[in-house]
Design a binder for this molecule. Structure first.
Ligand SMILES: *Cc1c(COP(=O)(O)O)cnc(C)c1O
Length: 354
């Protein structure tokens, strides 16, 4: 795919690395590719970062035809830049597109777009351990009509945001509230697709939890409200009586996280037993009451792993692992971040050097 590059005439400076939050500062450029039915993808271009113009009837504004991805570019100690399992994001983006009736893109083409964009924005990849350049590919339907049908026009974009260390203040376990009212998605729905609508529908529960002093909710399945699914916008894992248990993703209502997949592969290599299966809230409560729940953590690209120190259900609060980060959680954090920032050997072949 040919990419036309127009450089900005007003390049910005990166703020001091310790001042970078998440998703507030954007780099100098953005990548845009258009698609039309019958014509396919065309006009791949890297432009100065700026506002985009949409028709007021654009599909995305009315019917929510939008999907996205999230991955990071990491700066190694030798100054080089690398991605972590980018093909996994690319494949997932196509699966999300298929679910939302949006156009898919050739995997190699998408990898080329991604790497060309990161090379253009190289100077925006911060240097300190824990910091990264967060990459946000996204795709939306862009027909200029209110008619309800599959899209005939779409736009793929990538923007990037230099981000500070998620754990600038150290890894502190979080308090989580079990959500018994709202559900995130249902079987047969869009749970496995990374689409904006899933987020819009789950914000309310997160805000209610925050008001009560919890940082996120633990989602139950949307049919029986019986089985554990995810925590906030992360996958979730538990260590119960020495065994790591994580909800299976076959129902289609859980987002198949790349961090989840990587955690499972690391744990198996370390010799742990990992069970991907249905995990009911009853079983979890029993494990908490009998003291068999040893560790719990969320996992996702942003935080890598996020230890859960407290779980609240109805009017009861359970403390997990004395409210401290557990041994397995810490080990996963050290190994994954070690590979991502190029501090330890990548025996899995996950790193993609630019
Ligand atoms: C992105 C996301 C995750 C985590 O996926 P990673 O590939 O590990 O970043 C988990 N759950 C939801 C709902 C997500 O959107």
């Amino acid at each position: 795919m040919e990419i036309k590059i127009t450089k900005t005439t007003t390049p910005q400076m990166m703020p001091p690395e310790e001042k970078l939050g998440f998703g507030k500062v954007f780099t100098d450029h953005m990548l845009v590719v258009d698609w039309e039915q019958g014509k396919g993808w065309y006009d791949a271009r890297i432009l100065p970062f700026g506002r985009i113009s949409l028709h007021p009837a654009s599909t995305v504004l009315h019917y929510g035809a939008e999907i996205f991805e999230g991955l990071k570019a990491y700066r190694r100690a030798d100054g080089g830049v690398q991605l972590f399992r980018p093909m996994e994001n690319i494949k997932r983006m196509n699966r999300s597109a298929e679910r939302m009736s949006l156009p898919q893109m050739d995997e190699q083409d998408m990898l080329e777009l991604l790497t060309a964009f990161v090379r253009t924005e190289e100077k925006w990849v911060p240097k300190s351990f824990g910091t990264s350049l967060y990459l946000r590919p996204y795709l939306f339907g862009n027909d200029e009509t209110l008619g309800v049908h599959s899209v005939h026009r779409a736009t793929f974009m990538i923007i990037a945001s230099p981000s500070g260390s998620y754990y600038a203040e150290g890894i502190n376990p979080v308090g989580i509230m079990i959500e018994s009212e709202d559900v995130r998605t249902v079987r047969g729905g869009t749970g496995y697709a990374k689409c904006g609508g899933n987020y819009a529908a789950s914000t309310r529960a997160g805000e209610r939890a925050a008001k009560k002093g919890y940082s996120q909710v633990l989602w139950l399945d949307g049919v029986e409200r019986k089985y554990i699914e995810e925590v906030g916008a992360m996958n979730v894992m538990f260590k119960i009586d020495g065994v790591v248990v994580t909800p299976e993703i076959s129902s289609g209502s859980i987002l198949p996280g790349i961090t989840r997949k990587s955690c499972i592969e690391v744990l198996k290599k370390l010799g742990y037993t990992v069970e991907e299966r249905l995990l009911s809230l009853d079983e979890l409560v029993l494990a908490m009451e009998s003291g068999k729940l040893e560790e719990a953590w969320g996992c996702g690209t942003a935080a890598v792993v996020s230890p859960i120190g407290k779980l609240a259900y109805r009017d009861k609060e359970y403390v997990i692992g004395g409210g401290k980060i557990g041994e397995v959680t810490q080990k996963l954090y050290d190994i994954l971040t070690g590979i991502q920032w190029g501090k330890c050997e990548d025996e899995f072949g996950w790193v993609y050097k630019l």
